[in-house]
Design a binder for this molecule. Structure first.
Ligand code: ADP
Ligand code: MN
Length: 179
């Protein structure tokens, strides 16, 4: 009827968090576990040129948010997507059934980013981003509180537990929608 929310058979999950917290590793494992489509926004932006050039200051592509949203609209409406990105304030709220914010202890994150070759300001910016819980605040500001969940991602056990938790939740949701 009027105003009723469209139900997706399969859920859409946003996995966000500071670079290095384990978004891509977790999303890859989860996609395999529950047979959903893993969409790595960074890769998509590069592949489909959904950017306005290279940002020298931040050492990354200047993502074109409108192009990204246009590109994904049909897939998101269909459902069954795991979106992997260190942000999410420009995605429509209606897209997601669950927003997961991964969090990593500082010294652990420092080591991961150093291994990745991050240095100087880029390293400091990302560590500060984690300390001030920027992605969690952003998620809480953009999505209903009840769909946002912060999960610790310090070690492999954490990751396995997170994948299991999200798999259970997705199965429950599918059963409910199937009733
Ligand atoms: P992101 O996509 O958030 O930048 P990645 O998934 O690329 O993070 O992970 C960064 C690095 O940290 C990788 O080498 C990955 O193997 C490792 N890693 C990620 N999550 C965990 C975890 N929970 N426990 C141990 N290592 C992890
Ligand atoms: Mn990644």
């Amino acid at each position: 009827g009027w105003g009723s929310k469209k139900k997706r058979e399969k859920p859409n999950i946003l996995i966000t968090g500071t670079p290095g917290t384990g978004k891509t590793t977790t999303a890859t494992a989860l996609a395999e576990s529950i047979q959903l489509r893993h969409i790595n926004i960074g890769d998509l932006v590069k592949e489909k040129n959904l950017h306005d050039g290279w940002d020298d200051q931040f050492d990354c592509y200047l993502i074109n948010e409108d192009l990204v949203c246009d590109e994904l609209e049909d897939l998101m409406e269909e459902g069954g997507n795991i979106v992997d990105y260190h942000g999410g304030d420009f995605f429509p709220e209606r897209w997601f059934d669950r927003v997961v914010v991964l969090q990593t202890e500082n010294s652990v994150l420092y080591d991961r980013l150093t291994k990745r070759g991050y240095l100087g300001q880029k390293l400091t910016n990302n560590i500060e981003c984690e300390i001030f819980q920027v992605l969690l605040e952003e998620a809480k500001g953009n999505y209903p509180e009840e769909i946002v969940v912060a999960l610790k991602s310090d070690c492999i056990e954490d990751m396995n537990r997170n994948v299991a938790t999200l798999t259970d939740w997705s199965d429950e949701k599918r059963e409910k929608e199937g009733e």
